[in-house]
Design a protein around this ligand. Structure first.
Ligand code: C5P
Length: 223
């Protein structure tokens, strides 16, 4: 048996982070939430009042950020920037509204991708994001592309927000998801798309548990 790398991509609310977390837990792999890295940068840029369009200042901020993803006992990931813990502040609507613009810059992506590839070198990792199967780990042994209808994805995100006591409104959530999907799919560099060799899973009518079992089954055959 040898550890493999697993790439999970898909749009917002497709269920990929929940699934990635559980798959990693089940296989005793490391879960790497790449969206959290882009969110941490966006949060820091907002704090520094740097525009999402200002690539030069954004890269400067990123170069000074040591981003660590710390695995929690419950499988969740805690983001640390230069040793400081970031929690809910990277999931606010303000950060969500800017993150796709921040992450569209070429130099930002090059730096993030290099860091993610470094993390994946140890093998036995599950990375979730938008460009993992296509750019970050094109050689990953298992690639999954998860999708669901926009209605279902908005509903999930809305329920998650409520569960975490974040302010939420289903119509706004749906519009925000559609806007972010558009930006992530249409950017010129590493857009969100399914890798040719990815297994596509539509999670609209599927329970998370069932998807986790399915992915772990394929992973074990490849180990
Ligand atoms: O996964 P999450 O919704 O937290 O990601 C936030 C944003 O970060 C995405 O909408 C996308 O703009 C960006 N992202 C990216 N590439 C990744 C992961 C996230 O561009 N690998």
């Amino acid at each position: 048996m040898h550890k493999i790398n697993i790439a999970i991509d898909g749009p917002a609310g497709s269920g990929k982070s929940t699934v990635a977390k559980e798959v990693a837990n089940e296989l005793s792999y490391l879960y790497i939430d790449t969206g959290a890295m882009y969110r941490a940068l966006t949060f820091r840029a907002l704090q520094a009042q740097v525009s999402e369009q200002d690539e030069q200042s954004l890269i400067q901020i990123l170069k000074e950020m040591e981003i660590t993803l710390e695995q929690q006992r419950d499988g969740d990931v805690q983001v640390l920037v230069n040793g400081e813990r970031l929690g809910e502040e990277i999931r606010t609507q303000t950060v969500t509204a800017k993150v796709s613009e921040v992450s569209a810059h070429r130099r930002i992506r090059e730096e993030m991708v290099a860091r993610q590839q470094q993390l994946a070198k140890q093998r036995g990792v599950v990375l979730d994001g938008r460009d993992i199967g296509t750019y970050v780990l094109p050689g990953a042994e298992l690639k999954i592309y998860m999708d669901a209808s926009v209605e279902e994805r908005a509903k999930r995100r809305h329920l998650e927000n409520i569960g975490k006591q974040r302010p939420s409104d289903i119509t706004t959530t749906k519009e925000e998801i559609k806007r972010r999907d558009g930006l992530d799919r249409e950017r010129p560099i590493a857009p969100l798309q399914q890798a040719e060799d990815a297994v596509r899973i539509d999670t609209t009518n599927r329970a998370i548990e069932e998807v986790v079992v399915h992915i772990c089954g394929i992973a074990r055959e490849k180990e």
